[in-house]
Write a protein that binds this ligand. Structure first.
Ligand SMILES: [Zn+2]
Length: 62
């Protein structure tokens, strides 16, 4: 995954990167995206803890 400038507070948990961005409607969204080749997991969450939980529990699909 590239790291778009619009993301801030980017952290990594295992292979999953988490970044916060505005959704364009005045709210923050939190995206978890796996960087492992061939995985392709990516999801948005309304809160940071949800994104971090998803990253911690993520298992790559082969
Ligand atoms: Zn993965």
């Amino acid at each position: 995954m590239s790291r778009p400038n619009r993301f801030r507070d980017v952290i990594r948990i295992g292979p999953v990167q988490i970044g916060t961005h505005h959704d364009g409607r005045g709210r923050d969204r939190h995206t978890a995206a796996c960087t492992a080749p061939g995985c392709g997991f990516s999801a948005d969450y309304p809160d940071r803890s949800g994104a971090e939980l998803a990253a911690r529990t993520h298992r790559c699909t082969p």
